[in-house]
Design a protein around this ligand. Structure first.
Ligand code: CLF
Ligand code: SF4
Length: 492
């Protein structure tokens, strides 16, 4: 099967004028095209909500981008993994927000991004405090953006404490996607995570605080489910505190209609000044995360492609273009221009159909291979679902597992970029190899002999033979070769 290659620039960086020019102007209308790629086991109404949402659909995250606007700095909870001088650790990796925005500034920024980043499909408010507690700013931002860009999806992330007070307004504003961070369903566990909450004009501490938070979270989730709003649960995995307990959390949220459960590793560093960071509480390693996620299979559906983004992140998951859109770079007067986003959607609809066909062929082949093997494959990609990044340029690898159940995305590994200015440092390579612990194969668009040999010494085989091929096609070919069967041919 042959498929067109979308240029790397179109998917990960500034939109290529050449690509826009080459798009078939007689193609189908923007948002309806993707529906033909709906998997047979997904309800059409649900598919319509998730097909362009990079967090709620793993497949969509290869093509669509989100942006966050940091309009909600106030918070009503203290989490032991958060330092208020930093991003909300629930939805972001720790790192200061470059600038907090007023709702009007946020609208300007969203228009600026929508005009330049055609992949943009979702506007999220994820802090840096709590979007439901700092409600007036959240609401004003959503209302103003929806008037300017009606087809952008609105998404909100919250600790859940103030959520029940605003569910009806969320429904009225057509907010289809809500995330609640739920780390416990037992207040005794909660007391080890939350030193205090502020609720109903009072401060509560200890297990009483955790009990109130728990009850409000469950109520909010039930209210959202009753209104058909898709709800994702984020849980921070804290070894020795709630790691085993998250199995119970998964059961509770599934019973109450959660659409996805996203278990994220605790990020704990003394430099961030958090309670956990300062008291030596460690986060889980990649294999511990995977082991827990594997145990959760069969419960609430898991999200495994979260990048723990900043509260002011812009771009595809895993990239951050926020620094290109600081207020000082955005004109005071701006008009929304829908043309790039519309053209991109037409182009991507065709690409997604080809990708899904190739993916299904590769998965079918892996399922019928009778070896019973399980392979972990790390892929260097810039987006578009293809093996299209050089090994030395990768800042993360997407990890897939090929096994008799098919080819499944199981996570990502962040690494320090090994090759800078055409030169790679051995110490950096050692770090990359350590981050790839447990991986059997690395797939990339290009790799030199030196890193390839060092990876081989660590028991990891690397190849650039499938450069620019679809990820699943490349993995299927490797799996077939490992199983002693015929390999699929490359599609690029
Ligand atoms: Fe933002 Fe969160 Fe909406 Fe996505 S992020 S508010 S659901 S648009 Fe996504 Fe980022 Fe993970 Fe959040 S990768 S941290 S899950
Ligand atoms: Fe920090 Fe978010 Fe927790 Fe509030 S809810 S304390 S901002 S991590």
């Amino acid at each position: 099967m042959s498929a067109p290659v979308i240029s790397v620039e179109s998917l990960t960086g500034r939109f290529s004028d050449q690509l826009l020019a080459s798009a078939d102007s007689g193609g189908c209308a923007s948002s309806s095209c993707g529906s033909s790629t709906r998997p047979s086991d997904v309800d059409p109404a649900v598919w319509d909500k998730i097909k362009d949402h990079p967090c709620f659909s793993e497949e969509a995250h290869h093509y669509f981008a989100r942006m966050h606007v940091a309009v909600a700095p106030a918070c009503n909870v203290q989490c032991n993994y958060c330092n208020r001088r930093y991003d909300c650790a629930n939805e972001s990796r720790p790192g200061v927000v470059s600038e907090k925005l007023t709702p009007d500034q946020a609208v300007r920024k969203v228009i600026a991004v929508a005009n330049e980043v055609p992949q943009l499909s979702v506007l999220g408010i994820a802090g840096p405090g709590d979007a439901c507690y700092d409600w007036e700013k959240t609401k004003a931002t959503f209302e103003r953006v929806a008037r300017q860009i009606p087809d952008i999806k609105l998404c909100v992330s919250t600790n859940g404490l103030a959520l029940p007070d605003h569910v009806d307004e969320l429904a009225e504003m057509n907010v289809d996607h809500v995330t609640i961070t739920i780390n416990m369903v037992d207040p005794e566990v909660g007391a080890k995570i939350y030193p205090w909450i502020f609720h109903d004009h009072r401060r509560y501490v200890g297990s009483q605080a955790a009990r109130i938070l728990h009850e409000r979270q469950m109520l909010g989730l039930e209210m959202l489910s009753a209104r058909g709003i898709l709800t994702k649960i984020n849980s921070v995995m804290i070894p020795g505190v709630n790691d085993q307990h998250l199995i119970e959390v998964n059961k509770w949220v599934k019973q109450r209609g959660a659409f996805l459960h996203n278990v994220m590793p605790l990020i704990s560093d003394p430099a961030h000044g958090t309670h956990y960071g300062l008291t030596g509480q460690r986060g889980p390693n990649a294999m511990e995360m995977k082991a827990l996620q594997d145990r959760l299979e069969g419960g609430a559906k898991l999200m495994r492609h979260c990048r723990q983004c900043r509260a002011d992140a812009v771009g595809l998951l895993g990239e951050d273009r926020g620094q290109e859109f600081t207020l000082d770079q955005i004109p005071r007067e701006l008009t929304y221009d829908a043309s790039k986003r519309e053209t991109y959607r037409e182009l991507v609809a065709d690409e997604r159909r080809d990708h899904l066909a190739a993916r299904s062929e590769a998965i079918g082949m892996v399922k019928t291979a009778s070896s019973g093997k399980s392979l972990l494959v790390a892929v260097a990609t810039k987006g578009g679902g293809r093996v299209n990044e050089h090994f030395g340029h990768a800042k993360e690898f997407q990890v897939y597992e090929a096994s008799p159940t098919g080819i499944n995305f199981v996570g990502h590994r962040k690494v320090e970029q090994y090759c800078l200015g055409g030169w790679g440092e051995n110490a950096t390579l050692d770090g990359v190899i350590a981050a790839l612990e447990g991986i059997d194969f690395v797939l990339c668009a290009k790799i030199g002999n030196c890193p390839k040999d060092q990876l081989a010494d660590a028991g990891i085989r690397a190849t650039d033979a499938y450069g620019h091929d679809y990820i699943e096609t490349a993995i299927g070919a490797i799996y077939a070769a490992e199983s002693g069967g015929p390999a699929l041919t490359a599609t690029a």
